[in-house]
Write a protein that binds this ligand. Sequence first.
Ligand SMILES: Nc1ncnc2c1ncn2[C@@H]1O[C@H](COP(=O)(O)OP(=O)(O)OP(=O)(O)O)[C@@H](O)[C@H]1O
Ligand SMILES: [Mg+2]
Length: 224
Amino acid sequence: MSNILIQAENLSKYYHLGDQKIMVLKDISLSINRGEFVVIAGNSGSGKTTLLSVLSGLDRPSSGKIIMGDKDITELTEDQLAPVRNTMMGFVFQAFHLIPSLNAIENIMFPAELRKDPKAREKAQSLLDQVGLHDRGKNFPEQLSGGEQQRVAICRALINDPEIVFADEPTGNLDSENSAGVIQLLVDLHKERNVTLVIATHSQALAGRADRIVRLYDGSIEEG
Ligand SMILES: Nc1ncnc2c1ncn2[C@@H]1O[C@H](COP(=O)(O)OP(=O)(O)OP(=O)(O)O)[C@@H](O)[C@H]1O
Ligand SMILES: [Mg+2]
């Protein structure tokens, strides 16, 4: 098995705004190894979220391709892509994106239930235990602190045992104490599970823990 998990080739992405064409990613080629922890850095508006969305197949590039494992995900239809996203990838967002009408356990179980995993509840409880929230399973999102909500969201991202977790500014809505907790949790998960982590962030503290930093500048990348 090749050590490369994601190979992005000549990615470009532009948005149309009225009759204006806004070029956000310009001919980016990038490869990410299995088990690597990569931070995507860059100023606000430099295209971090766009790059993450395109790499994970949440959005399509304007040109170029993305090979994930042995699949060219740019060639898949939305129906073909959805199960790949659900089983191979986990997602963590700045605003947590938990479902308000489901409690913590049910939120975590959700991606596993989509694939009818009979062990969904058991796995969700075990993940909650691991992130120090064993007694919070019945709390609804509004009954959890921001840091706790993000820990639940990280459990949800892990429930299908993904090969790769994408996170967009995972500490962006947290105070410094909760940020430090979430950063440590991500670092531990990376070490323990050998999961590939791709995180877009402004946080120097988070970037400092990465194996590699990819910096976006004027639509292109600089490494190091
Ligand atoms: N749907 C869209 N339509 C038009 N322009 C867009 C769209 N989404 C993003 N942009 C523009 O693309 C550029 C990159 O946006 P993006 O959200 O990727 O930046 P970012 O690096 O994640 O910024 P931040 O650090 O503030 O989250 C910005 O100039 C933004 O205004
Ligand atoms: Mg962003």
